[in-house]
Design a protein around this ligand. Structure first.
Ligand SMILES: *Cc1c(COP(=O)(O)O)cnc(C)c1O
Ligand SMILES: [Zn+2]
Length: 389
């Protein structure tokens, strides 16, 4: 593939509008305690990021390099992330009386979850900016992905994970040569330790939304959806929400695609599914709050949804509301029933987080919030194989 320039111009705080230099290391807006978002020169990107050119490019996230932040080809590391299938779920669709149900199956990503997309971009960009040591608090999968990309890039990773994270996550981190610290507590406790270690040793913290580029990597899910659907977005996207990176990223991707002239103004309704044992976004949505309050005593089998404090709460809630979407919680029991159903009816052994979207869909159909004619996409964000104990 011919070299493609990144059209990255700057970063912006979505709360105060302050701009930040993109070619220096940045974290988040300290004043607003808000994530920073990457901005691109889309007029420039439009010249090469065309439907025709895309047909010539290889699959995976880097086919979108104009609207990703890594400037030099040499830094665009890859383990084959992205380019995952959009599977028609005809059996489940029939069971539910639906015409057009799809599953975007992220299980085939390197390290078995969609965390690969975000960490590939975050690590690549940080290394381009001269960083070599990374730290992350993680429910599990983000740690596995960071460990893999750090190994690939010959960098160091320090990973803080709750003791009850899936065994597979601990193993994948250690085998990749990253340093694992098990924390007696939740991901929020791991975050405190990771943060202290980062301060002490000068490591770069790639926690969800504490740096601007994991979101850019996850945005590629939205880009792929648009392309897979022939540049017309579906009616509803159901997304299992922890930190909300994918939801915010996809919502951002759609605006960029429209400005690039690749799609029109039609948007999907964005649905956030959480677990009843940890549903800060659902509670904030239902109570009409702009902010999500810390969820005490978080517990759920879906470890990726066990995120009691959502740093990007304002962005997640805005995307849900602007899209006329909704947020709902499902129980662990419903998650496990749906996991079985998805495997039995479609052959997809989903992560519990992914299975939660099917449980959410059933609720939304029962409430007539979704019409049976609508095109609906469930996100299976990872492989069920990572959760065996
Ligand atoms: C991290 C994770 C999630 C939540 O993702 P966010 O984009 O941070 O909300 C969902 N599913 C799985 C499997 C995960 O690892
Ligand atoms: Zn700000």
């Amino acid at each position: 593939m011919k070299h493609v320039d990144s059209a990255l111009t700057h970063l912006v705080c979505p709360e105060c509008g302050k701009q930040f230099e993109a070619d220096e290391t940045q974290t988040y807006c300290q004043e607003c305690r808000s994530p920073l978002l990457a901005r691109y020169n889309l007029d420039a990107a439009r010249k090469t990021l065309t439907r025709e050119n895309l047909q010539e490019r290889g699959k995976g996230i880097w086919r979108w390099s104009e609207i990703l932040p890594v400037r030099s080809q040499a830094y665009r590391i890859s383990l084959g992330e992205g380019g995952t299938p959009l599977l028609p779920a005809e059996n489940l669709g029939k069971d539910l009386g639906m015409k057009a149900l799809f599953i975007k199956d992220e299980a085939g990503n390197p390290t078995g979850s969609f965390k690969a997309r975000g960490l590939a971009v975050a690590v690549a960009r940080a290394i381009e900016l001269g960083l070599r040591n990374f730290v992350i608090p993680t429910a599990g999968n983000a740690g596995g992905a960071l460990a893999a990309y750090a190994a690939r890039a010959r960098a160091k990773a320090f990973i803080f994970m709750p003791m009850d994270a899936p065994q597979s996550n601990q193993v994948e981190v250690r085998i990749a040569g990253a340093e694992l610290t098990l924390v007696d507590g939740l991901i929020s406790d791991a975050a405190k330790q990771a943060n202290a270690a980062a301060q002490e040793h000068g490591w770069f913290d790639v926690s969800t939304f504490k740096e601007p580029y994991r979101c850019e990597g996850k945005k590629t899910m939205g880009l792929e959806l648009a392309e897979s659907f022939g540049w017309e977005l579906p009616d509803v996207i159901i997304y299992p929400t922890g930190g909300g990176t994918g939801l915010v990223g996809m919502w951002k991707a759609f605006d960029e695609l429209e400005e690039l002239g690749l799609i029109g103004s039609k948007r999907p309704r964005m649905v956030s599914v959480q677990a009843t044992g940890c549903a800060p976004i659902v509670r904030a949505y239902q109570e009409n709050n702009e902010r999500a309050i810390f969820w005490e005593g978080a517990h759920t089998v879906a470890s990726g949804l066990r995120v009691p404090g959502v740093f990007a709460d304002r962005l997640v809630l805005r995307a849900i509301r602007e899209s006329k979407g909704t947020a709902l919680a499902v129980s662990d029991e419903q998650i496990l029933t749906s996991q079985k159903l998805m495997a039995e009816r479609e052959g997809i052994f989903a992560a519990p987080e992914g299975a939660a979207t099917l449980a959410g869909l059933e609720q939304l159909l029962a409430n007539d919030w979704i019409d049976k004619e609508e095109r609906v996409v469930l996100f299976n964000t990872g492989s069920g194989l990572k959760y065996l104990t």
